[in-house]
Design a binder for this molecule. Sequence first.
Ligand code: THU
Length: 128
Amino acid sequence: MDDRELIAAAREVAVNAYAPYSGFRVGAVVVDAGGGVHRGANVENSAYPSTVCAEAAAIAAAASEGARAIDTVAVACIDADEPGYPCGNCRQMMVEFGVRRVLVGTPDGGYVEHTLDELIPHGFKFAD
Ligand code: THU
């Protein structure tokens, strides 16, 4: 999948988001180091802190299928009128799996590309 297709796929999975409280549907597509593709959408909860972000769901799906390194995360919100940037917790989850770059969807279906280091400089990791 090329980058535009990744963002299109993130917008598609966002349709499956369970977001009755915020109305903010987010989709994420993760490409692991072997080229495997994994998807996730946000899943909200009446107990608000139990909500799972789209990127967290996609990263958990990738890890659950055996991925230990992730190259690219594409994320898109289909209800916002500006780019939906990953929250701090999701950025830290990306650090764990060595994400190289993040594509952040824009309302017109385009995207802005960032390195993970731009989004979370000095992210936490135990020394190897
Ligand atoms: N959300 C994500 O899915 N990813 C983020 O990085 C930020 C926020 C979701 C969580 C919640 O369902 C909704 O957006 C509003 O915070």
